[in-house]
Design a binder for this molecule. Structure first.
Ligand SMILES: Cc1cc2nc3c(=O)[nH]c(=O)nc-3n(C[C@H](O)[C@H](O)[C@H](O)COP(=O)(O)OP(=O)(O)OC[C@H]3O[C@@H](n4cnc5c(N)ncnc54)[C@H](O)[C@@H]3O)c2cc1C
Length: 605
C-alpha cells in the first residue's frame, strides 16, 4: 500500500531542497513550526493516509453514495476515517489560526493534502470543503456570522459547499435564475434549483452551510446582479446549535464516471417557500466574494490532479519492477534467456520517465505556488508581497488546468504500463483515471481557464506580471548555463522561454484585434504550452539543485535520486520541449480554420 502514495523522498526534496522551506520557517508567522515539527506532521499525515484512507478508496468507488428520501449516505467505512481526520484536525492543517485552523506553513499542508487526496480524495473533501466557505465568511461576514459559522466549518464539525451551477447556468454563471426576496427581518427567502453540488448533502456532519449565488428580485441580469447568501441546512438556535430544518433539500445524486463516493447533488431551494438565506457581504457583490472560494477551489483541483497522477505513477513504477514479461532486448536472440521485469524494456522506461517528468514538474510547480502564497503573506516589503501575490494569481489557471489535464494523462499512461491488468478493476489505476477526469471540468473547464489566462492574466498590470514570471524562469536558466552537464538542456529551456515570451505578445495583441475569435481558438493551446514551459523550468531547477548536491558529499542512496533528477530534466528538455516549441509556432501561425469553418462543415447533419 505504501507504494501507492506520493514518494516521501521527492516531497522532502521539493520542500527543503528546491523551495528552501527552512527560509519560510524563519518568518514570525511560522514560529511554532520548526523543521522537526514539519517533518513529523508530514510523516503522520502519510501514515494516516496509508493506514486509514487508502483502504477505503476502492470500497468507496464500488459502493458509491446512496440517495433516499432527500438523505445521502456515504459508504459506511467513511464514518470512522472522517472522524479521525477531524479529531486530528487534518482538514484544517493549513487554515489560519485566527479562523480556528492549525496555521501550518502552506508547503506542509500541501504535502499532507497530497497524501490524503492520493489515498482517497472523495473522502477527504467531506472534511475540507467547509474551509473555503469559512474563508469567505471570515473575510466578508458580520461579526455575528463569523462567530456562528467560521470555526465549526474550519474544523469540519459542519460541512460547507458552493452552490453556483444551475441547469441553464454552468460556465455562464451569470445566467442563473435562483431568486432572493428581502424579508422585513433582514433575512432573504430563496427559491431555485442548483445542480452538480459537491457534498451538497451527506450524513457525516450535523449541519451543512451552503453559500448560494442568487439574484435579488429586480437586480440586473448577468454577474453584476448576483448576490451571495449563507443558507444553512439547519437554521441556528439562539445558542448557535443546529435547530429547525431549512427549506433546502437534496433531490438526487448523480451517477458518475468517477469519484463515486463523493456526493454530487441536485438541490431544491424554497420548494415550500421557506428557504431562509442570510446575505454575505454586500448585495450584488456575490461573484466577487465567491471568487475567493473559487480561486482556492481551483488550486485544490490542481492538487487533486497531481495527487492522482502521483499515486498512479507510483503504482506503475512498482508494477513495472515486479511484472516479469519478455526477454531483455540484449538477449533478443537467446531463447533460453530468462524473462525480465518489464521495467527493463526501453518502451516501458520511456513511459515511466515521461510520467515521472510530469509528476515531478507538476509537484514542483504546485509547491512553488504554495511558497508564493506564503511569501505574499510574510515577506518583509510590500513590493515583495505584491510580487508573490501576483505570481500566485497568474499561476492559478495554469495549475488548475495543467495539473488536471496532465494528471489525467499520467493516469491513462499508468493503465498502459499495466497492460490488460490496468484496464481491469482489480488494480486501482483505472479508478485514478476515472476519478481524475472531473478535475478539468469543474471549478471552470479547461476552456474557461484558458480564457482567464488570455483575457485577464497575461495582461495583468500591463503584462508586467507575465514578464516577471519569465524573468524568474530566466534566472534558473542562467544559473544552469554555467553548469557543464546542464548547459545543453538549459539552452533548450531558454529557447522555449524566449519563444513563449514572443508568442504571448503576439497572441495578446491578436486578442485585442478583430482577430479576437481566432486568438481565443488558440487560448487553450497557449495555456497548455505555458504549462509545458513552466514544467521545463521546474525540472531544470530540480536538476540544478541535484547537480550541486552531487558535487558535494552525499549518501550513497541519494546518488540515484539526484541522478534521476538530471535524467528527468534531460528527457523532458530533449523530447517534450521541442514539441512545445512546435506548438508555440502553430499558435503564432494563427490558423483560423476553427472559426472559419461553417457550422454545417463539422458534418453529422
Ligand atoms: C462532479 C461534479 C461536481 C461539481 N461540483 C459543483 C459544485 O460543488 N458547485 C457548483 O456550483 N457546480 C459544480 N459543478 C458544476 C461544474 O462547475 C460545471 O459542470 C462546469 O462549470 C461546466 O458547466 P456545464 O457543465 O454547464 O458545461 P457548459 O458550460 O455547458 O460547457 C460545455 C462546454 O462548452 C465550453 N464552454 C462553455 N461556455 C464557454 C465559453 N464562453 N467559451 C468557451 N468555451 C465555453 C466548456 O468549456 C465545455 O467544454 C460540478 C460538476 C460536476 C460534474
Amino acid at each position: 500500500m505504501a507504494q501507492q502514495i506520493a514518494d516521501r523522498r521527492d516531497i522532502d526534496f521539493v520542500i527543503w531542497e528546491q523551495m528552501n522551506g527552512e527560509k519560510l520557517l524563519g518568518y514570525d508567522l511560522y514560529k511554532d513550526f520548526n523543521r522537526k515539527a514539519c517533518d513529523m506532521i508530514i510523516t503522520e499525515a502519510r501514515k494516516l493516509a496509508i493506514k486509514e484512507l487508502l483502504p477505503t478508496m476502492q470500497e468507496g468507488d464500488e459502493q458509491g453514495v446512496k440517495f433516499e428520501n432527500g438523505a445521502v449516505k456515504v459508504p459506511e467505512s467513511f464514518h470512522r476515517v472522517h472522524k479521525l481526520l477531524l479529531e486530528g484536525e487534518w482538514g484544517c492543517l493549513g487554515a489560519p489560526a485566527e479562523m480556528g485552523g492549525q496555521g501550518a506553513p502552506s508547503l506542509v499542508a500541501t504535502a499532507a493534502s497530497e497524501y490524503f487526496m492520493g489515498a482517497n480524495w472523495s473522502l477527504f473533501v467531506y472534511a475540507t470543503m467547509g474551509i473555503g466557505t469559512a474563508e469567505m465568511i471570515h473575510k466578508y461576514g458580520t461579526d455575528e456570522q463569523r462567530q456562528a459559522y467560521v470555526e465549526k466549518l474550519v474544523r469540519g464539525q459542519w460541512g460547507g459547499t458552493m452552490l453556483l451551477t444551475e441547469p441553464q447556468a454552468g460556465s455562464d454563471v451569470g445566467a442563473l435564475t435562483s431568486t432572493a426576496v428581502r424579508n422585513e427581518d433582514g433575512t432573504y427567502s430563496l427559491t431555485g434549483n442548483k445542480i452538480f453540488i459537491t457534498v451538497g448533502e451527506h450524513d457525516l456532519c450535523e449541519n451543512i452551510i451552503h453559500p448560494v449565488l442568487a439574484r435579488i428580485e429586480g437586480d440586473p441580469h448577468g454577474t453584476k446582479g448576483i448576490s451571495l447568501f449563507i443558507v444553512p441546512k439547519y437554521l441556528l438556535n439562539d445558542d448557535g446549535t443546529p435547530g429547525q430544518k431549512n427549506d433546502i433539500v437534496c433531490t438526487g445524486t448523480e451517477e458518475k464516471h468517477g469519484i463515486h463516493a463523493n456526493a454530487t447533488c441536485s438541490m431544491a431551494l424554497g420548494s415550500k417557500g421557506k428557504c431562509t438565506g442570510y446575505l454575505l457581504g454586500e448585495e450584488r457583490k456575490g461573484m466577487k466574494i465567491m471568487f475567493n472560494m473559487m480561486n482556492g477551489a481551483r488550486m485544490a483541483t490542481g492538487l487533486q490532479g497531481l495527487a492522482y497522477a502521483t499515486s498512479a505513477y507510483m503504482l506503475a513504477v512498482n508494477y513495472a519492477r515486479e511484472r516479469v514479461q519478455g526477454r531483455d532486448m540484449s538477449d533478443f536472440f537467446n531463447h533460453e534467456a530468462p524473462a525480465v521485469p518489464i521495467i527493463k524494456h526501453p518502451d516501458v522506461r520511456r513511459m515511466l520517465l515521461w510520467m515521472k517528468s510530469y509528476v515531478d514538474g507538476m509537484r514542483s510547480l504546485f509547491y512553488y505556488a504554495a511558497t508564493c502564497r506564503s511569501m505574499a503573506n510574510v515577506a518583509e516589503s510590500e513590493e515583495e508581497r505584491e510580487f508573490y501575490g501576483d505570481i500566485y494569481d497568474l499561476l492559478t489557471p495554469v495549475i488548475k488546468d495543467y495539473l488536471a489535464v496532465h494528471g489525467h494523462e499520467v493516469c491513462i499512461q499508468a493503465i498502459q504500463v499495466y497492460g490488460g491488468a490496468g484496464y481491469c478493476k482489480d488494480y486501482p489505476v483505472e479508478q485514478y483515471a476515472r476519478d481524475c477526469k472531473i478535475a478539468s471540468i469543474y471549478e471552470g473547464t479547461s476552456g474557461i481557464q484558458a480564457m482567464d489566462m488570455l483575457g485577464r492574466k497575461i495582461g495583468m498590470k500591463k503584462g508586467k506580471v507575465f514578464g516577471d514570471l519569465l524573468k524568474e524562469m530566466q534566472k534558473t536558466v542562467s544559473a544552469a548555463k554555467d553548469n557543464e552537464t546542464l548547459a545543453p538542456m538549459a539552452k533548450k529551456v531558454d529557447n522555449a522561454v524566449n519563444r513563449l515570451g514572443e508568442v504571448s505578445m503576439e497572441l495578446g495583441k491578436k486578442a485585442m484585434s478583430e482577430e479576437i475569435k481566432t486568438a481565443f481558438a488558440h487560448s487553450w493551446p497557449f495555456l497548455d504550452v505555458l504549462g509545458d514551459v513552466i514544467i521545463g523550468w521546474m525540472l531544470l531547477w530540480r536538476a540544478q539543485v541535484a547537480s550541486e548536491k552531487l558535487a558535494g558529499k552525499i549518501k550513497k542512496k541519494d546518488e540515484a535520486f539526484y541522478n534521476g533528477q538530471i535524467k528527468t530534466a534531460e528527457f523532458y528538455a530533449r523530447t517534450v520541449l521541442p514539441v512545445s516549441i512546435g506548438r508555440l509556432d502553430s499558435i503564432s501561425d494563427g490558423c483560423g480554420a476553427a472559426i472559419e469553418i461553417d457550422d454545417g462543415g463539422f458534418g453529422g447533419l
